[in-house]
Design a protein around this ligand. Sequence first.
Ligand SMILES: [Zn+2]
Length: 147
Amino acid sequence: MLVRESMHRAGSAALSHLLSEGPSEARTIPCSCGQAARYKELRSKPVLTVVGPVAYQRPYYVYAQCHHAPNPSDAALGVEQQEFSPGVRRMLAVVGSDAPFAQGREQLELLAGLQVSTKSVERQAEQIGPREKRRWRVRAPREPVSF
Ligand SMILES: [Zn+2]
């Protein structure tokens, strides 16, 4: 497992770098409430990916009135208000669908070298509907999962 660990470390460092952005050119972006969210600063977004923990810098916007923080960068990557990448969410759904959640956590560590809490397996398994779970187990989804 040593090789996988070092590949993961190299991969997550590269991914953190690759996904990081500079400060925003746009001072405001539309908020879901119809108002404009203001650019505040660059903020780090931590995400657990298939190659391990990643943190990337991206512009952070907030609208003080509604406290929404719409984030186009996170949305484009499929991780808006998510702590797991789409690939890891799929793994969590698969390991959490048949076996007890604690066993799912162990499977994820053994098969993918990823450390998550039992609660995370449970939460993801519950968030993802049974139809989607079945689809994921039976065959790969049409849309590619990038990370
Ligand atoms: Zn808003």
